[in-house]
Design a protein around this ligand. Structure first.
Ligand SMILES: NC(=O)c1ccc[n+]([C@@H]2O[C@H](COP(=O)([O-])OP(=O)(O)OC[C@H]3O[C@@H](n4cnc5c(N)ncnc54)[C@H](OP(=O)(O)O)[C@@H]3O)[C@@H](O)[C@H]2O)c1
Length: 218
């Protein structure tokens, strides 16, 4: 029997589970971008959760401005980095890859994987892997001892497939407390996922959001 390759989903969604508009993110939230970078790059997820004040089973009623969170993070000790030959992997659909500004791709410090049925599979110019399916990516990453954590990072088509996959164990959701015009949505993850941690509310340019962590199974 194949050994499961557990992975997490990382996503930001508004109150209607909107995630994208016209091939781009519907919002610009620096705090969410920083959270995404640290979560997907750092070897120790618990360190990232502590930094963002994620409390288990405890609702924090405070609201932090993005600036105050930045100041807090600025004063915190640096997050651990991977040693040579080890890193996390970030998987995304071809359309999400295309939506990244060229100067930001590949995402630094992470193995980048792009899912495409149309592009030829392989390693593209030493920058990113192209896989013909989510399962093909998971199979190959699962055999690579240097890959420590796998994050599925969108977009809508890939999230839908990832949520149906039995090895999807965690959802890191940026819960954006607003409604934006969207044409791409996150499917309902369903009751299999239970919320286990939440950050205080953050405020940035009038938009409120929190980071939430859901886990599948008992
Ligand atoms: N809010 C968030 O957290 C977040 C995160 C990421 C993206 N987004 C947004 O989501 C939107 C993009 O989402 P999307 O649903 O349009 O596109 P997508 O999921 O990023 O990419 C779709 C593409 O992935 C490939 N693909 C899909 N299923 C596949 C499979 N089973 N095997 C191999 N390849 C497969 C196909 O590429 P080919 O056409 O090349 O075959 C398909 O066209 C954008 O607006 C983006 O900004 C939001």
């Amino acid at each position: 029997m194949a050994v499961p390759t557990l992975f997490s989903l990382v996503v930001a969604a508004d109150t209607r589970r909107g995630i994208g508009m016209a091939g781009a993110l519907p919002w610009k939230l620096k705090g969410d971008m920083r959270w995404f970078k640290e979560l997907t790059t750092c070897p120790d997820t618990d360190e990232v959760l502590a930094r963002y004040l994620m409390n288990i089973g405890q609702q924090d009623k405070r609201t932090h401005s993005w600036e105050s969170l930045t100041a807090r993070i600025g004063g915190a000790r640096p997050l651990p980095e991977w040693g040579p030959g080890a890193r996390n992997a970030v998987l995304m659909g071809r359309k999400t890859w295309d939506s990244l500004p060229p100067r930001f791709r590949p995402l630094a410090g992470r193995l980048n994987g792009v899912l495409s049925r149309g592009l030829a599979p392989g390693v593209f110019q030493g920058s990113h892997h192209i896989w013909p399916s989510l399962q093909a990516a998971l199979d190959e990453l699962g055999r690579d001892p240097t890959v420590k954590n796998i994050f599925v990072a969108g977009g809508g088509e890939i999230y839908a497939q990832a949520l149906r996959h039995p090895d999807c164990r965690r959802i890191f959701l940026t819960d954006v407390d607003a409604q934006f015009p969207c044409d791409t949505f996150l499917p309902d993850p369903g009751p299999a996922f239970r919320e286990i941690a939440v950050s205080p509310r953050l405020e940035e340019a009038g938009t409120m959001y929190r980071f939430r962590l859901y886990q599948a199974g008992g």
